[in-house]
Design a protein around this ligand. Sequence first.
Ligand code: NAP
Length: 261
Amino acid sequence: MSISVDLSSKTALVMGVANARSLGWAIAEQLLAAGCRVGFSYQGERLKGELDKLLAGKEGVWAQQADATSEDDLTALFARVKAEFGTLDMLVHSIGFAPRSAMDGRFVDTTPEDWNTALSVSAYTLVSTARHAEPLLNAGGSIVSLTYHASQQVVPKYNVMGVAKAALEAATRYLASEMGAAGVRVNTISAGPMRTIAARSIPGFGAMYEKAAAAAPLGRNATPEEVGKLALFLLSDLGSGMTGQTVYVDAGASIMTMKVD
Ligand code: NAP
């Protein structure tokens, strides 16, 4: 059976593509394949070259620098969205960061600075980008972000990032409750471990990646392509009845407490 999704009359903004391994890019690939017009934002000029390479030869795409923690950058970014598209159907928030110092040590030693940085970048920016997007979002619009199971259970070294992801998931529910009246849905995808730049900054990620695969019912980790396909479902009309949800794509790893061979 094949289901084809036609997004040729739709527009999307994808925030947080660092390179070809980024989950934001895996989602963008699905949107582009469905004919969607897609704008991108990237944090710093350092990443512009990588994004330029990915976008080379693609029609209907554009990119603009925006630090998601900067109100001025968000104002300029959504002015660009309005100028390019007029209105917006989909917003992808694929942004997360916690200082390495907050993940190397004990959770109890988290400094206020590291706490504020992690929660501001990884959770509050979903709220601020939703606020900026709201006037442009069409009825039937959809917002998707990325979270991780460390919000629900302790994952060693994830520390303050687990708290930030819990805040992101709660923010998803509050945003969904407010934006539903305008026909806009807000969901978050809880992805299993994937080898991206952000993941490499987590101490011991390699071992965690192997353990998650071994414990998962499917005997492997989920793939970025599978994250992209779930995002396509949630962003398009296929997911029209779903809002406020944290939806897992992790080969089932999160249902297991342990696996005995
Ligand atoms: P990634 O490729 O490194 O993407 C993270 C993006 O966030 C980067 O483009 C990064 O830009 C951007 N970013 C950080 N701070 C920002 C800011 N202030 N303003 C704008 N952009 C900012 O890694 P990823 O794994 O795809 O991460 C995407 C999302 O998936 C994150 O929310 C992450 O927590 C989540 N996630 C990842 C995994 C995994 O195992 N990889 C699992 C579950 C959930 P810079 O490179 O310039 O910092």
